[in-house]
Each structure stands twice: as structure tokens, then as C-alpha cells.
Design a protein. Sequence first.
Length: 246
Amino acid sequence: MSAPPALAVENVTHAFGKVTALDQVSLDVPRGSFTALLGVNGAGKTTLFSLITRLYDNVTGSIRVAGHDVRRAPGPALARIGVVFQSRALDPGLTLRQNMAYHAALHGIGRAEARERGDALLARVGLIERADTPVAALSGGQVRRVEVARALLHGPQLLLLDEPTVGLDVAARRDVVRLVRALVAEDGVAVLWATHLFDEIEATDRLVVLHLGKVLARGTAAEFSGGAALADAFVAMTGTAPEAAA
Ligand SMILES: Nc1ncnc2c1ncn2[C@@H]1O[C@H](COP(=O)(O)OP(=O)(O)OP(=O)(O)O)[C@@H](O)[C@H]1O
């Protein structure tokens, strides 16, 4: 039997009162793949991430991480997930190394191993020279790269990123995208990348289009756009104005 995917979401529905944020959502992220989750504001991306990471209990359906159901086996499932949320996860007054040590301790990683892994990951994201600098002195793009390193401390198979380039300038966006794609290609990490920015998606990427809580399309970006620009295909499918989709 082949190994289960890094993430398998089946028929997940979630409502906030009368608002159905997710409606029978199914998708998967194969091991070692980059999958883009494309949706404009209110699509349900953050709600989905909150269910995968058990901030919310999923009400119906199932979510499995490398075969482990997040409700029935939360420990093994969560141990395999790294997350970069929209909100900042680092203490700005602490240095990069101190932040890494703190998060390693939260994962129960011993001091010596934490230092070794923390430094290796800071090197991986190109910031080892800044290891003893406070996070407050970094640029927005550098902070994002440290957040990626932090999310990888416990060696997860699946990395979730919720609109990680929002608020960054063009060069910093490009660096973060490149870094995460390299983690997939070279380190075998599986990535689910939530975004509303079409230019972050490449033709060969696996793509899930989420709109108003429903999955409207799954496949490669090229299959979805059928030769047209991705934004045009999205607007044609959803009727959402280009301004909102930009
Ligand atoms: N805590 C909450 N209480 C009530 N409604 C919520 C809550 N969180 C999300 N919603 C609603 O659920 C729907 C999906 O929101 P969600 O934040 O998951 O979308 P999103 O794709 O992440 O969009 P954004 O990029 O704006 O965060 C929206 O209609 C939103 O208003």
C-alpha cells in the first residue's frame, strides 16, 4: 500500500452560526508537493487552517495528516504539521536564536539539539549571520523567513502557510516564495500555500480553488486556466470582480 498523502481533507463542513465558512470541502496535498490554495477574502482559507491545526474542532468530515486523523490521533497529526499563520509568531525583543530556542523548548527539544537544529534552519533560510540580532531589527521578509524556520523546528512533513507574503514588498515576496519552493524540491516538505495572489502560482503547481466555502476546482494551475491567464479563469468561474481578485 502506498503511503498516505501529507494531508487528506474529506467532506469538511464548518459553520459560524448561520455563516457556512466551509461546505463539503475535500482536497489533498501529496507528500513532498507544493499545493496552492487560491481564494479571495472570505473563501474559508483561514478557517480550513484552523481546523487542520485543531484551533477549531472539525464538525463533519475528516482531516488526516500523513494518515493520522486530527481528532482521533491529535498528537501524531500535530507533530507532523508546521504552520506559518498570518499573525506574527516571533518575539520581536528576542534574538533569532532565542526565538528558535524558545519554540524548540515548546516542542520538548533538548537544549543542545535545539541549538543545532535552530542554527541549521537559520542557515537554511539564509539568516545565520543574523542569529544574535533581535527580530525587531529584521525586515518583514526576513521575519517571514525566520517564521518558516521556526515552523520547521520539529521536523514536520507538512507546512501550512496562510497568505505568507501579505504586506511584503516585491523582492521580499519573491525570496519567501523561492525559499518555500526550495524546501519542497530539496527537502521533501509538503506545502499548502494559501493565497489570493495569482502571480505566486506556477502553471505546473497543484491548485485548489476555494470560493465562498466551496472547492470549485482541483488539478494543476494549467488545467484550471486552460491557456488563459489564471486571474481571467478565476473571474470567469467565480464572477468575482478582478479588483477583489487582484
Ligand atoms: N470567528 C468567526 N466568527 C464568525 N464568522 C467567521 C469567523 N471566522 C471566519 N468567519 C467567516 O467565515 C468565512 C470564511 O472566513 P475565512 O477567514 O476562513 O476566509 P479567508 O479565505 O481566510 O479570508 P481572509 O483572507 O479574509 O482571512 C467568512 O464569511 C468569514 O466572515
